[in-house]
Design a protein around this ligand. Structure first.
Ligand SMILES: Nc1ncnc2c1ncn2[C@@H]1O[C@H](COP(=O)(O)OP(=O)(O)OP(=O)(O)O)[C@@H](O)[C@H]1O
Ligand SMILES: [Mg+2]
Length: 746
């Protein structure tokens, strides 16, 4: 036991030894004054060393010089403490059959869930985290270890405030003060396990966009560029800076580099707390080591780094400052990696010299989990060991800084570059929720969307192709329609089909957002930008493509089909097609915000559009629609553009569509010789007492509109209503994003 006391695990001393180990790194004034160096200072020092060692004279990227190093000497400004964290979920209990009826008796390994008071026959409570406590300090990496399913991700989520308030018991405090969700969001970052990045942007562009979101407008573009360059060096991405991220279809950076880019975009503003869920998973040992090395540097710049890791290699273990081993949601070891051998020796299972410490520990834990007593003995032993350690070597006293003072000191040393002001405000209002105003966010988002679509011109190409092919088929099928009664029928058919295809061709907007959704959620979860900026820029950047599509379709069909109205008629025709594209794409965008899968999305789009067409008034006029379905007629998106184009076509009161003997077309009398038809017309004239000659106009455009039941809205009103539908669905899209991206466990 005496060895425990002999080992001084004071983080301050650890850090000192780090600097001593790296004596060649000549620390700047911060180290002289004793304050922990910022990211920038460290980078500068690393650069100096590089110059000395390699003679490399390439300019080292200077970092933002926001630091005020005249601060009083002081270390350890931040400590994130968590006490008695307990989190359980209710799960449905399977109805177990008695064993004599074939139900399996429970001889297998004990279930994770332990019975808890209050559970009933159908539900039981599963404890995912059980009374977990600890402290993470800045300058250190705290690693959460454990087998798969032990609760590592759950613990990180609990610390990162990603579990709903009511469900998580226990407290998480920063410097002894309760952490408000809003404050935590702006001072921390969460690096998810998946690399959610835009495949067609280069590493440098990806980081630059992140800098433009995260760093305040007050910072000049050149400073943002410098920050990005410094980060590229720090992340070891210099050689990959100009390479695209890539995906299955395009070769891009390696997995390890992608991982580091993911970390880079979240630390661009130098957050105070950094959470990472398995940042090394899927990487080879060298890449994994480089990632953790980067994390160590970030920690040393004055951040708290908390990460989960599956099985750290020996070298990685050397970079970790504090470990928490979990087994089925309980702490089985908590402390420095150096103390592992002592701990397990005291527990009666000394780690053999040749073994990897963590592997040994994980194997032992797994063995205990399989034994009848479970890990209870180890959990108990850890508790007593911890209290003994505390009594012999009390915790280094905390610095006595309030949260506000600590954040404020941190900001003035160049951290948290998010437009924060170092004023006397409360911690929550000291750091702005968003680094930039709405219009800056919109501009950056639009720029990114345009860059992305420029890199993937085939997406727009396919869309344009689909619209033009449809237009071509329609133009040739309905080539130069005449104004006979048959021609009128064909015109009605053309309009109904054309207006619904404009909606169908919008369905390709569906996968676009579904793909982007996870990136959007990652970015908005930690306030990179407002959701409203996203919706606005998404709508704006969609417009130019819609103008092209509608112009192409209108030009291809208007004269080919022989539509009426001349140039002004064409202009309105173009406007209404544009409006339907707008409404259709808004509708599809909204759907993409609520449906989880592309296939489900397509199914819904196709079905709903078919109903819209059915109720549009083409198949059955409004006055014939049963009263209980009439509401569907009014919400049919196809109704409005369909009525608008019909009015545009049949608005000329002088134009005639049924003249003289044409009255017999489409009737059994249509087949009789013209001479006989003329005789019939004469006798009808005599009977009706009016003069019906072969030149008499019997049906005008107005009559056709009357027959079709198109009487309630003018064509311009139809246009406005269509455009309004588009806005309506965009607003719904906004709400779907607001409600759908809560990003918290219940
Ligand atoms: N909503 C839930 N309902 C029931 N059980 C859950 C729920 N969420 C998580 N669990 C369980 O909680 C346990 C811990 O999950 P967690 O994701 O934290 O494990 P982990 O240690 O991160 O594992 P891995 O290394 O595989 O990522 C697992 O057994 C998991 O099945
Ligand atoms: Mg996990």
């Amino acid at each position: 036991m005496s060895r425990v006391v002999a080992e001084n695990t004071s983080p301050a001393r650890d850090r000192l030894s780090f600097f001593q180990r790296n004596q060649s790194i000549e620390l700047s004034s911060a180290a002289v004054t004793g304050a922990s160096p910022t990211l920038g200072q460290l980078l500068k020092s690393v650069g100096d060393v590089r110059k000395e060692v390699t003679g490399d004279e390439t300019p080292v990227h200077q970092v933002l010089d926001l630091s005020d190093t005249s601060l009083e000497p002081r270390s350890l400004p931040f400590a994130l403490s968590f006490n008695n964290l307990t989190y359980s979920v209710k799960i449905r209990r399977k109805l177990a059959l008695p064993s004599f009826l074939g139900g399996r008796s429970n001889h297998g390994p004990p279930v994770t869930a332990e019975p808890v008071a209050g559970e009933n026959v159908f539900r039981k409570t599963k404890v995912l985290l059980n009374d977990i406590s600890g402290v993470a300090r800045d300058g250190e990496i705290m690693a959460v270890l454990g087998a798969s399913g032990s609760g590592k991700s759950t613990l990180i989520d609990a610390l990162a405030n990603r579990i709903a308030k009511g469900s998580l018991k226990g407290t998480v405090t920063l410097n002894g003060e309760h952490l408000e969700s809003r404050l935590l969001k702006v001072i921390s970052a969460y690096v998810m396990q998946d690399d959610l990045l835009f495949p067609m942007l280069t590493v440098e562009e990806t980081l630059m966009f992140s800098a433009e979101f995260r760093l305040p407008r007050t910072l000049s573009k050149s400073k943002k560029k410098m920050r990005v360059q410094a980060l590229i060096d720090q992340l070891g991405l210099r050689n990959a800076a100009k390479t695209i991220i890539g995906d299955e279809g395009h070769r891009g950076v390696s997995g390890g580099e992608r991982r580091r880019v993911s970390i880079g975009i979240d630390i661009i503003h130098d957050p105070i707390i950094l959470f990472l869920d398995e940042p090394t998973s899927g990487l080879d040992s060298t890449s994994a080591f480089m990632v953790v090395k980067v994390l160590q540097r970030i920690a040393q710049s004055g951040s708290i780094v908390i990460m989960s890791v599956h099985q750290p290699s020996y070298r990685i273990l050397g970079l970790l400052d504090r470990l928490i081993f979990l087994s089925r949601g309980q702490t089985v070891y908590s402390g420095s990696p150096m103390n592992l051998p002592v701990f397990f020796a005291d527990f009666g299972h000394p780690i053999p010299e040749t073994e990897n410490r963590t592997e040994f520990a994980l194997d032992l834990i797994r063995e205990l989990e399989g034994s009848p007593g479970g890990t209870k003995s180890l959990v108990e032993f850890n508790k007593s060991w911890q209290s003994l350690k505390r009594s012999r070597a009390p915790d280094t006293p905390t610095h006595g800084l309030t949260l506000k003072e600590a954040i404020s000191a941190s900001i003035s040393r160049g951290k948290l570059v998010s437009g924060a002001t170092n004023t006397n405000a409360s911690p929550t209002s000291m750091v702005p929720t968003f680094a930039n105003p709405l219009w800056v966010e919109m501009a950056v988002l639009s720029k990114r969307a345009i860059t992305n679509s420029r890199r993937m011109p085939e997406l727009f190409g396919i869309r344009l192709g689909a619209v033009m092919v449809t237009g071509f088929i329609l133009a040739t099928m309905f080539w130069r329609l005449d104004s006979s009664p048959k021609g009128v029928q064909e015109r009605l058919g053309f309009f109904a089909f054309a207006m619904s295809t404009t909606f169908y061709t919008c369905a390709d907007a569906l996968p676009v957002f579904l793909q982007e959704r996870y990136i959007f959620m990652r970015e908005t979860a930690y306030n990179a930008y407002r959701r409203s900026s996203y919706v606005l820029s998404h709508s704006l950047t969609a417009l130019p493509a819609l103008v092209f599509l509608s112009m192409g379709f209108a030009a291809l069909t208007f004269w080919a089909v022989g539509l009426d109205g001349g140039l002004s008629g064409f202009f309105f025709y173009f406007l209404i097609i544009f409006a339907s594209f707008w409404a259709g794409s808004s509708f599809v965008t909204f759907l993409s915000g609520v449906v989880p899968h592309v296939m489900l999305g397509y199914t819904i789009v196709v079905a709903i559009l078919a109903y819209f067409l059915l109720f549009s008034g083409f198949f059955i006029n409004r006055d014939r629609i049963p009263p209980y379905w009439i509401w569907f007629h009014y919400i049919s998106l196809v109704k409005y553009p369909y009525e608008a184009v019909l009015q545009n076509e049949f608005q000329d009161p002088t134009k005639c569509f049924v003249k003289g003997v044409q009255i017999f077309d489409n009737t059994p009398l249509g087949q009789v010789p013209t001479a006989l038809k003329l005789k019939l017309l004469d006798s009808m004239s005599a009977t009706l007492g009016m003069n019906l000659s072969s030149g008499t106009c019997l049906t005008t455009g107005t009559d056709i509109l009357q027959q079709q039941g198109i009487t309630d809205l003018s064509k311009w009103n139809c246009l406005w209503v269509t455009i309004a539908w588009g806005f309506f669905f965009r607003i719904l899209f906004y709400f779907s994003l607001l409600l759908g991206s809560k990003n918290k466990r219940s």
